[in-house]
Design a protein. Sequence first.
Length: 640
Amino acid sequence: IGYAGIGGLRWKAFMISHRKIRAAIKIQSNWRRHAAQKVAKKLRYERLRNNAATDIQRVWRGYLGRLRVQLMRLLTPYAVTIQRFWRGYRTRQSAMYRSHAKLFDRIRRGFVEDRARVVIQSCMRRFIVLSRLQNVTQAAYSMQKFAQAKLLRVYVSNLHAATLTIQAWWRGNRVRRILQEEKLKLVLAGHLMRAEKQTLQECQQAVVLLRERELRGRLKKSWQLVHVNVSVERDDVYPKGWAAGIRTVESFNPGADLSHVELGAFHTVVATSSGYVYTYGLNDRGQLSIGASSTSGLPVPVQPISGILFPIKIVQVSCGVDHTLLLDADGRVFAWGSNQHGQCGCAPRQEIVPQATEVYFAPVRGAVNPMLKRTISTLSAGAYHNAAIDDKGRVYMWGRGDHIYIRGVFSDVPLPLWITHESIVDIGPLDRVVCGLGFTYLLAKDGALYVFGQAINGQLGLGSKHRRSRIAVPIENIDERVTSISCGVHTTLAVTPSGTVYQWGVFLLWDPQSQVCVKAQSFVPMPVDLRRGGITGVAVDVKVGWWEGVILTSDGLLWAWNFFDQPSDGIFRPAVYQYILAEGQCVRAVHVVSSPLFSAVFSKLEGDKTAEKARGAAAAPSAIRTRPSVNPNWDPMAYN
């Protein structure tokens, strides 16, 4: 046997002994576990037995205690009575009691007599009190009958006097109310007459502007003022007339054209093709961008605004209630005016931006590094919020948080915020963005129209059950793609390639009985029936004023309406009228601006086209109702 064989035997013997040891250890451990389990069971049994014995003893002792208490409670009164009688018997049998028995009897009889006297006195007092109470009750009943009759007569007399007083007051109040209504009618009639007079003055100024441009040979390049409809007296804001400000701008730039005209609530912004911007109107919130040294308004422009190195090439101007945005050809954005909710997108700690200040757009919120700024291609100013689209298609928003109303925004946004919500990113390339009073429209390049925000007047166009949305939702009630959209304070208009015009929101409805206009609502886009009124062309563009809807047709004519007639067959038809232009002129572009004071229609003209006979460049036909009998234009809730 070799070394390997001996080693193998040793290894085998070692493994056998190792297995035996492991088996012995396992047997011992099992035995010890068995013994421990047996002891544990015995201890558990003894513990249960002791607990049971303890419980039985406790219950038995409690039972005996309760039985003893019940027995004592039952026997104690009898024992006390027996003891009392026994003590009395022993006292009476004593020698002392026997010797004084007569005295004790006399004392006992005295106690009995005293008790009897007390009872008799109590009965007599009770009898006397009851007798007196009965007499008083009878007297009270008698007095009550007399007093009730007397008070009833007094009550009826007072009631009759009060009735006469109320009737007299009501008759007097009715007379006063009638007088107040008549006075109010006279006041409103006076306001309407002054508004009509100011409308005529503005239209005359429009005719003067048209003639001056004809003399300068700049009739076809500039925006021409077609019509001004004054609804509220504008003397407090524009004491020299609104069109006078435009004439002043043209006098400053005789060789330039009007490239942009925009209106805020109470201020006007005019830009010329020579690259200058002018403002006039109120300046209580820095709307005119003339610096922080003055808050007084300007009846007409005096000089270009401050904060911008002129001249610049202006691409777009957009006004909110009290702020203005300006976009130049380099993609820069300037803002000025009220910054209470961050509408200006700059100077977050200032409530007013008194002069034009550049707004920086960066993908990181709060970054103001000029190297990170983005080039903006289009923008829009809402009442208190704004939106812009850069050259990469990114959407930026800033201003009042509950007007932006997109998911993830819960407070005011003082600086431009890149909106990365998937409902906007997934839309694709965007053509335009339009901001309204608390809502935003996104028009995609494929013609799809999306909306988000909140509007209780139905301008979301999503139905009466969906008046707010924190995500961009497509408007599905328009069957075709949208080519143009315009929204105002009350209503929204859109047009499709086929010329179909849709309107939704609040509009005016003519009431033939009361001869006034009432407000109506449409929560979804409704097609506007344009078959009446002599419209010959196809609608190619739409604009919205304060209540006006203006369309430009393919034959270069301008048509408008202020209200709808009551539907007889369920179809709302607008009371359409035409803006008559000079002979040989037609319109290639239309622009409408509006404020609580007035609305104005501008157009860009081109010749070589015969139109119908002209009756004035600014007036609407007198045979057609162009405005309601009462003034519904001023809605103070719209600009709160």
